[in-house]
Design a protein around this ligand. Structure first.
Ligand code: ZN
Length: 377
């Protein structure tokens, strides 16, 4: 991972680069900002730059043995700490989940928490950083580095520590060894214990704007239309942007679901509704949640199209064609109901409720809402 691979937040990149260049590296740092914007990528680019034996133009080289070891997750001086969902009573250390973690960094560099949960087989339970981990950190920090380099402890989601873990870690952070760096990566710095937070040098990242995302995607070879679509869907989250792209034809597939569901609901076709619920249930939780996001967006877009504020409309041609007939049915009489029912379905799915029942009930609500809208045309 190089600085050149990161997207947006040039000030954060400069600040980290400058620390290495000036050899003034704080012992504890916090990279914070909304989920899915590339904080872990920046942390990894920083570590690579710190260790690279052949820095070029303010970036790591990406090919020297140090860079490759870091990329492969095989540098014994880089310790990753992350919340886990323990299996049984004994496996409360991150080290037990190192294979899953490597897979996570490889598969989901923008750090999808649902993906991490699925790798841990954790269902909906919230993974945590156990107190035993703080003891392990303390032991590892006291040992000297393998190479003549820094020991770096990268702590993903420090907000997932309970107070006992945080208090133990605080002791290590308060009296750091010369060659030790703590680099925390947090979505919710407001949930970190204040005594820890106050000792950390903050690097705050912001969600990149859609224009930055669109340009970055085009620079990576994505077509202009797909880049525009993905950037629009992202709402500033690179994770979402890449999910939209990575899932290839997902927009086309979701569009089919949307149009078929709306037609069937309007026709009060319960048989088609049942089929819809069965097909959607088979998509799996993460994908259903993305589908519901797509429904939300299309409902909004059709409402806007109905208001005839063309400038706000960002639909592609297939979506526009459907909207030319469908938009009048999304109006002031039902927009709130449609959005709140879509939110509710998504939240129920996230809670692991029975997907078939949730989606069939959602379909019935669509029927009611669309007819409520129809009567107001
Ligand atoms: Zn290198």
């Amino acid at each position: 991972m190089r600085f050149a691979d990161t997207i947006g937040n040039p000030e954060a990149v400069s600040a980290l680069r400058e620390m290495v260049d000036s050899k003034k590296i704080p012992h504890s740092m916090l990279i914070s900002g909304p989920a899915g914007i590339g904080k872990m990528q920046l942390a990894r680019a920083f570590i690579a730059y710190l260790n690279c034996s052949n820095r070029i133009n303010g970036d790591s080289c990406g090919v020297c043995p140090e860079c490759r070891r870091i990329e492969a997750g095989n540098n014994p001086d880089i310790h990753y700490i992350y919340p886990i969902h323990k299996k049984g009573k004994t496996h409360t250390l991150c080290a037990h989940y190192a294979d899953e973690w490597k897979k996570m960094l490889h598969d989901s560099p923008y750090m999808s928490l649902p993906h991490w949960n699925s790798l841990l087989d954790a269902g909906n339970s919230k993974p945590v950083i156990y107190v035993t981990e703080a003891d392990a950190i303390s032991t590892a920090a006291a040992m000297s580095a393998y190479a003549d380099a820094y020991k770096v402890f990268v702590i993903w989601l420090p907000e997932r520590m309970n107070p006992e873990t945080a208090n133990k870690l605080l002791k290590v952070i308060e009296e750091p060894y010369d060659d030790t760096i703590f680099l925390a990566v947090s979505n919710r710095p407001d949930l970190i214990m204040p005594t820890i937070l106050s000792r950390m040098r903050r690097i705050d990242m912001r969600a990149p704007d859609t224009d930055t995302i669109e340009k970055a995607l085009i620079a990576r070879g994505v077509s202009m239309e797909s880049a525009h679509e993905a950037a629009f869907m992202s709402q500033g989250s690179l994770l979402k942007a890449f999910e939209t792209l990575g899932n290839g034809g997902e927009t086309v597939e979701f569009n089919d679901y949307f149009q078929n569901a709306m037609r069937a609901a309007f026709a009060r076709n319960a048989v088609a509704g049942r089929q819809f619920s069965e097909n959607v249930a088979a998509l799996g939780r993460e994908k259903i949640i993305r589908l519901m996001e797509y429904f939300t967006r299309m409902i909004r877009e059709n409402f806007i199209a109905n208001l005839k504020i063309g400038v706000l409309n960002t639909m592609n041609s297939s979506q526009q064609q459907f909207a030319s007939k469908f938009a009048p049915f999304i109006n002031a009489a039902n927009i709130e109901m449609l959005l709140s029912e879509t939110d509710r379905a998504s939240a129920d799915i996230a809670r692991n409720a029975n997907a078939k029942l949730v989606i069939f009930d959602y379909f019935l609500q669509l029927m009611i809402a669309l007819h409520r809208g129809h009567s107001k045309i």
